[in-house]
Design a protein around this ligand. Structure first.
Ligand SMILES: [Cu+2]
Length: 176
Protein backbone atom coordinates (compact mmCIF):
# COMPACT_ATOMS: atom_id res chain seq x y z
CA UNK A 1 0.00 0.00 0.00
CA UNK A 2 2.91 2.36 -0.52
CA UNK A 3 1.17 4.08 -3.39
CA UNK A 4 -1.82 4.84 -1.21
CA UNK A 5 0.32 6.25 1.58
CA UNK A 6 2.15 8.44 -0.92
CA UNK A 7 -1.12 9.73 -2.35
CA UNK A 8 -2.39 10.51 1.14
CA UNK A 9 0.73 12.48 1.94
CA UNK A 10 0.49 14.34 -1.37
CA UNK A 11 -3.17 15.12 -0.75
CA UNK A 12 -2.43 16.40 2.73
CA UNK A 13 0.41 18.55 1.41
CA UNK A 14 -1.81 19.94 -1.33
CA UNK A 15 -4.47 20.83 1.22
CA UNK A 16 -1.99 22.53 3.50
CA UNK A 17 -0.62 24.42 0.54
CA UNK A 18 -4.10 25.64 -0.30
CA UNK A 19 -4.79 26.62 3.29
CA UNK A 20 -1.46 28.41 3.47
CA UNK A 21 -2.23 30.37 0.34
CA UNK A 22 -5.60 31.42 1.68
CA UNK A 23 -4.70 32.36 5.20
CA UNK A 24 -1.09 33.54 5.10
CA UNK A 25 -0.87 37.27 5.66
CA UNK A 26 -0.11 38.96 2.36
CA UNK A 27 3.59 39.52 2.79
CA UNK A 28 5.61 40.65 -0.15
CA UNK A 29 4.54 41.55 -3.64
CA UNK A 30 0.96 42.65 -3.19
CA UNK A 31 -0.22 46.11 -4.09
CA UNK A 32 -0.11 48.84 -1.51
CA UNK A 33 -1.85 52.14 -1.23
CA UNK A 34 0.48 55.05 -1.98
CA UNK A 35 -1.84 58.04 -1.83
CA UNK A 36 -5.40 59.15 -1.42
CA UNK A 37 -7.42 62.11 -2.62
CA UNK A 38 -8.49 63.68 -0.30
CA UNK A 39 -5.30 63.19 1.71
CA UNK A 40 -5.57 61.00 4.77
CA UNK A 41 -6.61 63.17 7.70
CA UNK A 42 -7.42 66.20 5.57
CA UNK A 43 -9.79 68.85 6.96
CA UNK A 44 -12.21 69.98 4.29
CA UNK A 45 -14.79 72.79 4.38
CA UNK A 46 -16.74 71.02 1.62
CA UNK A 47 -16.97 67.40 0.59
CA UNK A 48 -14.97 66.03 -2.34
CA UNK A 49 -16.90 65.02 -5.47
CA UNK A 50 -14.92 61.82 -5.69
CA UNK A 51 -12.55 59.82 -3.55
CA UNK A 52 -9.57 58.36 -5.41
CA UNK A 53 -7.02 55.93 -4.03
CA UNK A 54 -3.77 55.32 -5.89
CA UNK A 55 -1.83 52.08 -5.53
CA UNK A 56 1.76 51.31 -6.44
CA UNK A 57 0.69 49.10 -9.36
CA UNK A 58 -2.33 48.16 -11.40
CA UNK A 59 -5.02 46.39 -9.41
CA UNK A 60 -7.64 43.93 -10.60
CA UNK A 61 -10.82 45.57 -11.75
CA UNK A 62 -13.16 42.98 -10.23
CA UNK A 63 -14.48 42.96 -6.68
CA UNK A 64 -13.17 46.38 -5.69
CA UNK A 65 -14.87 47.86 -2.64
CA UNK A 66 -14.64 51.56 -1.88
CA UNK A 67 -17.08 53.37 0.35
CA UNK A 68 -17.34 56.43 2.53
CA UNK A 69 -18.95 56.19 5.97
CA UNK A 70 -19.87 59.40 7.74
CA UNK A 71 -19.93 60.33 11.43
CA UNK A 72 -23.62 59.36 11.32
CA UNK A 73 -22.66 55.78 10.30
CA UNK A 74 -24.35 56.15 6.93
CA UNK A 75 -22.81 55.65 3.50
CA UNK A 76 -21.95 58.82 1.63
CA UNK A 77 -20.47 57.45 -1.59
CA UNK A 78 -22.63 57.33 -4.69
CA UNK A 79 -22.51 54.57 -7.25
CA UNK A 80 -19.99 51.78 -7.57
CA UNK A 81 -16.22 52.05 -7.42
CA UNK A 82 -14.34 52.30 -10.71
CA UNK A 83 -10.89 50.83 -11.21
CA UNK A 84 -8.56 52.46 -13.72
CA UNK A 85 -5.09 50.92 -13.71
CA UNK A 86 -3.57 51.67 -10.32
CA UNK A 87 -6.44 53.92 -9.24
CA UNK A 88 -9.81 53.17 -7.73
CA UNK A 89 -12.36 55.92 -7.29
CA UNK A 90 -15.94 56.39 -6.25
CA UNK A 91 -18.33 59.33 -6.45
CA UNK A 92 -19.32 61.13 -3.26
CA UNK A 93 -22.71 62.72 -2.72
CA UNK A 94 -23.06 66.11 -1.12
CA UNK A 95 -22.05 65.58 2.48
CA UNK A 96 -24.04 66.24 5.63
CA UNK A 97 -22.91 66.43 9.24
CA UNK A 98 -19.48 67.68 10.20
CA UNK A 99 -16.99 65.17 11.55
CA UNK A 100 -14.95 62.24 10.45
CA UNK A 101 -15.69 60.46 7.17
CA UNK A 102 -14.00 57.10 6.86
CA UNK A 103 -12.94 55.74 3.48
CA UNK A 104 -12.98 51.93 3.49
CA UNK A 105 -11.28 50.06 0.69
CA UNK A 106 -10.71 46.46 -0.31
CA UNK A 107 -9.12 45.62 -3.65
CA UNK A 108 -7.43 42.65 -5.24
CA UNK A 109 -3.74 43.00 -6.09
CA UNK A 110 -2.33 41.98 -9.43
CA UNK A 111 -0.84 38.98 -7.55
CA UNK A 112 -4.28 37.94 -6.29
CA UNK A 113 -3.90 39.07 -2.68
CA UNK A 114 -6.65 41.16 -1.19
CA UNK A 115 -5.51 44.38 0.42
CA UNK A 116 -7.82 46.48 2.55
CA UNK A 117 -7.70 49.39 4.91
CA UNK A 118 -9.04 52.81 5.76
CA UNK A 119 -8.33 56.46 5.22
CA UNK A 120 -10.34 59.38 6.52
CA UNK A 121 -11.00 63.04 6.21
CA UNK A 122 -12.75 65.59 8.37
CA UNK A 123 -15.66 67.72 7.18
CA UNK A 124 -15.52 71.07 8.99
CA UNK A 125 -18.62 72.76 7.54
CA UNK A 126 -21.91 70.88 7.43
CA UNK A 127 -23.44 70.25 4.01
CA UNK A 128 -27.05 69.73 2.97
CA UNK A 129 -26.65 66.24 1.54
CA UNK A 130 -28.94 63.31 2.15
CA UNK A 131 -27.19 60.21 3.53
CA UNK A 132 -27.17 56.82 1.85
CA UNK A 133 -28.11 53.61 3.68
CA UNK A 134 -26.96 52.81 7.19
CA UNK A 135 -23.47 51.33 7.01
CA UNK A 136 -23.13 49.21 10.14
CA UNK A 137 -23.16 45.67 8.74
CA UNK A 138 -21.35 46.41 5.48
CA UNK A 139 -18.79 48.65 7.10
CA UNK A 140 -17.88 45.99 9.65
CA UNK A 141 -17.40 43.42 6.93
CA UNK A 142 -15.21 45.59 4.77
CA UNK A 143 -13.04 46.48 7.77
CA UNK A 144 -12.29 42.90 8.68
CA UNK A 145 -12.37 41.20 5.31
CA UNK A 146 -13.68 37.65 5.26
CA UNK A 147 -14.00 36.15 8.74
CA UNK A 148 -11.34 33.61 9.67
CA UNK A 149 -13.86 30.84 10.17
CA UNK A 150 -14.65 30.95 6.46
CA UNK A 151 -11.09 29.80 5.83
CA UNK A 152 -11.27 27.12 8.48
CA UNK A 153 -14.54 25.72 7.13
CA UNK A 154 -13.14 25.91 3.60
CA UNK A 155 -9.98 24.08 4.63
CA UNK A 156 -11.92 21.34 6.38
CA UNK A 157 -14.18 20.87 3.36
CA UNK A 158 -11.17 20.67 1.03
CA UNK A 159 -9.45 18.20 3.36
CA UNK A 160 -12.48 15.94 3.74
CA UNK A 161 -13.34 15.97 0.04
CA UNK A 162 -9.68 15.50 -0.95
CA UNK A 163 -9.16 12.58 1.41
CA UNK A 164 -12.48 11.08 0.33
CA UNK A 165 -11.40 11.15 -3.31
CA UNK A 166 -8.02 9.65 -2.47
CA UNK A 167 -9.58 6.88 -0.41
CA UNK A 168 -12.06 6.16 -3.19
CA UNK A 169 -9.40 6.13 -5.92
CA UNK A 170 -7.12 3.88 -3.89
CA UNK A 171 -9.81 1.60 -2.44
CA UNK A 172 -8.93 -2.09 -2.45
CA UNK A 173 -10.27 -3.78 -5.56
CA UNK A 174 -12.91 -6.32 -4.73
CA UNK A 175 -13.98 -9.02 -7.11
CA UNK A 176 -17.62 -9.99 -7.12
CU1 LIG B 1 0.58 39.87 -2.42
Amino acid sequence: MRKRALLLILAAMACMGLVGTWSAPAASAHSRLVSSDPDDGASLPAGPQTVTLTFNEGIQSAYAVLNVVGPDDHFWQSGDPRVDGSKVSVGVRELGPTGKYTINYRVTSADGHVVSGQRSFELTVAGNGEPGPLAYASADQSDDGIPVWYFIVGAVVVLVVGLGIVFWLTRPKTRT
